[in-house]
Design a protein around this ligand. Structure first.
Ligand SMILES: [Fe+2]
Length: 187
């Protein structure tokens, strides 16, 4: 059944005042982002803990783990302002997470490469989700959420850029170590 012009107008009005389905949607996306940061912290901690021969990558990941904790905290503040108390991992996001974790490949020979690839993929997914959150917060006039997501976006872009710049050198080091007898290349 299609809605009447009055119904449509009423919806548009509540959207402007920020109490509406659109607002629920923003809260949902914030919840997803919060869950993603918590997953990201777990995944990166596991990965960093296994790295032995790539110290630069290890310390960059450790730095980002600290940032990630701060991101989760700031997202929680946004959720608290909406009175949201739950933090459930949504289905679609859960699947993406499982994909990223699968890709981190702790049991494959090229673990350092698969893990770096997973981190790079994950950062870009986060970048997309913060761009969406910024636009959504802006359309609801939620300046505080927008500002927080803009700060987080900068951190995610910095991490993605670091990975982008260092993936070739990590790969080349891996290739070199692979052909060196008695040397570990995989992590
Ligand atoms: Fe993050």
């Amino acid at each position: 059944m299609s809605e009447s012009p009055q119904q449509h107008y009423a919806k548009a009005t509540t959207r402007q005042t920020g109490s509406s389905e659109a607002r629920e949607q923003l809260v949902d996306w914030l919840r997803d982002a919060h869950a993603a940061e918590e997953q990201s912290e777990k995944m990166l901690t596991k990965f960093a803990g296994r790295i032995e021969n790539y110290p630069e990558l290890k310390s960059q990941i450790q730095r980002h783990i600290e940032e990630t904790r701060g991101q989760a905290r700031r997202l929680k503040q946004c959720l608290d302002r909406y009175g949201d108390t739950t933090s459930t991992l949504k289905d679609a996001f859960g699947r993406m997470m499982a994909f990223a974790q699968g890709m981190s490949g702790a049991f494959v020979d090229d673990e350092i490469i698969k893990g770096s690839m997973a981190a790079y993929t994950f950062e870009h997914m986060e970048i997309a989700s913060y761009r969406i959150l910024i636009a959504a917060a802006e359309s609801l006039g939620d300046t505080e959420t927008r500002n927080i997501c803009e700060q987080i976006l900068e951190e995610e872009i910095a991490m993605a850029t670091w990975l982008e710049e260092h993936l070739p050198e990590i790969t080349q080091k891996y290739m070199l170590r692979t052909d060196m007898p008695g040397v570990t290349a995989k992590h």
